[in-house]
Ligand binder design. Structure first.
Ligand code: SF4
Length: 48
């Protein structure tokens, strides 16, 4: 991915030193409700 994507989810297989190394990511709403804050979003590319 061009540029750096910082990510604090160190449990993800794509994460190296709090940086995402996936080719691309997909960000989704976290549940069915209307999104109003960062907490309402989640990464759909997370790999355990
Ligand atoms: S895929 Fe998502 S959760 Fe995993 S390191 Fe990248 S941004 Fe973070």
């Amino acid at each position: 991915m061009p540029g750096e994507v910082k990510c604090m989810v160190e449990e993800c297989n794509h994460n190296q030193n709090k940086s995402c190394h996936a080719d691309s990511i997909e960000v989704r709403s976290n549940g069915g409700k209307k999104v109003n804050s960062t907490g309402d979003t989640c990464c759909g590319t997370f790999k355990p």
